[in-house]
Ligand binder design. Sequence first.
Ligand code: SF4
Length: 348
Amino acid sequence: MVSIRQKLLGWYDETARDLPWRQTRDPYAIWVSEVMLQQTRVDTVIPYYERFLASFPTPKDLADADEDAVLSHWSGLGYYRRARLLHAGVREVVAQYGGQVPEDAEARRALPGVGRYTAGAIGSIAFDKEEPIVDGNVTRVLARLFRISTPVGSSVTSKRVWEEAARLVPGARPGVFNQALMELGATVCTPKQPSCESCPVAEHCDARAQGEVDALPVPRVRKAPDQVKLAAVVATQGRGPEARVWLLRSEQSLFAGLWGLPMIPRSAFDLSDARGALRDAGISASLGREPIGQLHHVLTHRRMQIDVFRATGAKAETSETRRLFRTDDLVSVGVSTLTKKLLASALS
Ligand code: SF4
């Protein structure tokens, strides 16, 4: 009988989507693509990937870049921690390995931000190593193929899925096989209404044989997102087209490393929260009495409701973490999508 492996490879050779990172075996480019693709859709990633590699074509170029330049290329992709870890990992590759991503699996896994998945993707695709990779798509396919009925995200499921992936990967073209498994999950074995009738491995599928396709994988138990109320202050100096806005660089917040507006959790609906945000930021300004608007922003585990205040005549000492920016200049520094939305709502 033709194995799952052979069938998947044959199917992938005929049907694979033509994506830019599939035209390279450069471990650095594959690393960049894999980090961008975590939590982000393929269509969204393509232009970011192309721009990023055009600006930083080699590990040395990325290692030499300052953080603002790196984050500005990431602005809009979200999960900025990924970008900072990629930057740190690539700097280590340049410092320790002369700019060559190491072939050795242990050395790859020791790099900042390189977990089992990313290490396996680089190892199998760039170096032809028989290393498994497991992401959401692979988990779904394997849970159905092997009728794994414990919840996604549990340690039992994770262990079993990695074991099955490791059992399947040895053989010819391990990197292509891993991509085929992910591609099957992305295009055929989809979360809803998978196309079992056109699936190349349907005859091996235990979930299909048992009529359990719709019941698998068993979803993870999800926590409701936290609701957070915040006050943000758009504090400007000057007027009209010459107006500049004070931004802070936070090292602690969710958006660590990015420039953002002074922001503080709201305890009650009065001005003191916005005053507190300005005071904590070391900015003196004339603060409007009422919020000028309210904005909602959703992150994976957080639903944010933000009252936006306006302050004018803002003065402060410039420092490493506090600077005045012209709004036109923000395209070249790292600011989050949330900051852009807040500025647009306040300055339009
Ligand atoms: S037969 Fe259906 S459920 Fe099974 S692997 Fe193929 S698409 Fe997924």
